[in-house]
Design a protein around this ligand. Structure first.
Ligand SMILES: [Zn+2]
Length: 136
């Protein structure tokens, strides 16, 4: 894959998330006050607004809540990848995240498919959490 793809841009809230990805971990936030797990990285719990959060490592297992197949890239840097799959993945731990479904059979993705975490190399050590189908 060409490395013309955009690289992750971290901020104060997401820096540990991207550092975790560089180390092969999918990190999600857990609220120490109410126990709720959430994604994407934030500094406040979206359930109870507590700022007392910790990072936990997700299993990387999930299922496809919904998906779409991109056939015309809105950004020219993605044009060489079409057609490709963008999915909403429900993590086994509960939070929902958006990612690509990668792999030879990605275009056969269906709602409810089991998926597992893979990392896409974006160069210079940057890794993007993505998924591949495990139910084929
Ligand atoms: Zn909370």
């Amino acid at each position: 894959m060409e490395n013309t793809l955009p690289k992750p841009v971290s901020n104060a809230d997401s820096q540990p998330y991207w550092q975790g990805a560089r180390e092969g971990k999918l990190l999600i936030r857990k609220c120490s006050a109410c126990g709720q797990l959430h994604f994407m990285p934030r500094y406040l719990c979206p359930t109870c607004w507590s700022g007392d959060l910790e990072w936990v490592e997700a299993s990387g297992k999930g299922s496809v809540h919904s998906y779409t197949i991109i056939r015309r890239a809105s950004d020219p840097r993605f044009a060489h990848l079409v057609p490709y799959v963008v999915a909403l993945v429900d993590l086994q731990e509960g939070p929902r995240m958006m990612a690509n479904v990668l792999g030879e059979n990605a275009l056969e993705t269906k709602i409810g498919d089991a998926v597992s975490l893979v990392f896409e190399d974006r160069g210079d050590g940057d890794q993007l959490p993505q998924f591949k189908r495990t139910s084929v």
